[in-house]
Design a protein around this ligand. Structure first.
Ligand code: BES
Length: 454
């Protein structure tokens, strides 16, 4: 084992250089202008896995390609499926980046680039650890399968079909995903629960063109006003979501879990100060960690319509659009709740409007077994590399594949996040601590041994 760790230490510079190369490819899955770069990203991942010593296949999908790789020579040992994604969120707003999003920069002990932590940097820790085992020993203590996709940030739409079609090939004992965070600097974590998600878009059209707000205003429906009214109806003053049936299947937090959340160190005022706000918000009766990890939400992600350029413009706009996502908890059903949201909006629509509703994607929440031998192996691997016992947390973000792994392959996922919540994922100035990158890589290398020891 120590020789693998030594090898990784001796090759840290090269590891960082390889990550930088990947970060230079702007793999923005949401925007078709980046289609060529998505292809380059897929090729890069394919070649790197091949160089690491695995047999690799690029699988085409109606969207962006999936890279599958395997090394299956550890007879009788467990089989681990490692998942990651090479796509990233759009880098906008570009002017808020200190250095350009796709020109990785090393400063203050971190690497700064879109995808540094979500998920290229974190995913790469496993590519490196597997490569190190194969380089040093010519073998691994467990069988390894990699699935690295290019559509996580747009809802993993083509992944389930791939999982269904390759169910036998993907058979394994447990999945490992590093696409979450540590609890705080110096406090590594294993994430045992994630929220699910539903995403949709609603467009209201009023008059067939923008109108003079003096000549027409007050006498014809204004879709921006109407949309704001509708959006204002989504929550009551207690922060409760008003969509009928929304909470019906929510599994309530147990007293034990609430106590466990409350036992984690959390300075709420410091957390708020870092975010530049001075009061928490959300559903009355729940703590901030409960609200963000284990309670459902409904967020308007963006509203557009009318004039938003410089200076005033006196119009009644023709159209208004809102993008909405709900974070879901066990056992909420994304399809049912998308329908419930659509009905709620349509039922409360004022007359004179055309209503269009598009469902974009959905994934259920997940909670893993805290007492599995895989959890114990992960705890031990993390402790060895981070010199600290990981805490068990749930997270508010969504990784759609985790639900699919459970449903289609029947396996639990170990969510081992090496990043920090302060890494600015999805924001300008995304970064990843270089120390966390290397510690995550070492933890990954230990993990294969720990899983083999059972
Ligand atoms: N890495 C995140 C998910 C995450 C964030 C997990 C924070 C735990 C803590 C992942 O890449 C992500 O952003 N997922 C999307 C999924 C969505 C587009 C379907 C998300 O949660 O918004």
């Amino acid at each position: 084992m120590q020789d693998v760790i030594d090898h990784l230490e001796q090759n840290q510079e090269a590891a960082l250089e390889q990550l930088k190369e990947l970060l230079r490819i702007p793999t923005v899955s949401a925007d078709s202008a980046f289609a060529d770069d998505m292809r380059k990203g897929a090729e890069f991942v394919h070649n790197a896995l091949q160089e690491a010593g695995l047999s690799v296949k690029t699988i085409e999908t109606p969207g962006h390609p999936i890279i599958y790789a395997e090394w299956l020579k550890a007879e009788g040992a467990p089989t681990v499926l490692i998942y990651g994604h090479y796509d990233v969120q759009p880098p906008d707003p570009l002017d808020l980046w200190t250095t350009p999003a796709f020109e990785p920069d090393v400063r203050d002990g971190c690497i700064w680039a879109r995808g540094a932590t979500d998920d290229k940097g974190q995913c790469w820790t496993h590519v490196l650890s597997v490569g190190a085992w194969l380089k040093v020993h010519g073998s691994l203590p467990v069988n390894i399968k990699f699935v690295i996709e290019g559509e996580e940030e747009v809802g993993s739409e083509n992944l389930d079909v791939f999982l269904e079609q390759h169910k036998e090939k993907l058979a394994c004992d447990v999945a490992v995903v590093s696409d979450s965070s540590q609890y705080a600097p110096g406090i590594p974590a294993i994430t045992y629960g994630l929220r699910g998600i539903l995403a949709c878009e609603v467009t209201l059209t009023g008059p067939n063109r923008d109108l003079h707000s003096g000549s027409f205003g007050g006498a014809v429906i204004n879709p921006v006003n109407a949309l704001c009214r509708l959006m204002g109806m989504l929550h009551d003053d207690q922060g409760r979501i008003q969509i009928p049936g929304f909470y019906d299947s929510v599994i309530a937090l147990t007293a034990e879990e609430r106590a466990q959340f409350a036992s984690l160190p959390f300075d709420e005022s410091e957390w708020l100060a870092d975010l530049g706000t001075d009061a928490p918000a959300g559903e009355v009766g729940f703590s901030s960690n409960e609200r963000r990890w284990a309670r459902p939400t409904c967020d308007i992600n963006g509203i557009s319509g009318g004039y938003s350029g410089e200076g005033p413009k006196t119009i009644v706009p023709s159209k208004a659009t809102a993008k909405i996502t709900c974070r879901l908890v066990p056992d909420q059903n994304p399809e049912q709740l998308t329908a419930a949201l659509k009905n709620f909006l349509a039922d409360n629509l004022q007359p004179g409007l055309k209503f269009e509703f598009t469902s974009q994607h959905g994934a259920p929440a997940s909670v893993a077994d805290l007492n599995s031998p895989y959890m114990a192996a992960a705890k031990s691997a993390i402790e060895k590399s981070f010199d600290s016992v990981p805490v068990m947390v749930r997270e508010g973000g969504s990784i759609p594949v985790v639900g699919s792994f459970k449903e289609i392959l029947g396996i639990d996922t170990l969510l081992l996040g090496w990043g920090q919540n302060s890494d600015n994922l999805h924001s300008p100035d995304e970064h990843f601590s270089i120390e966390d990158f290397h510690r995550g890589t070492a933890a990954s290398a230990y993990l294969w041994q720990e899983l083999a020891n059972g």
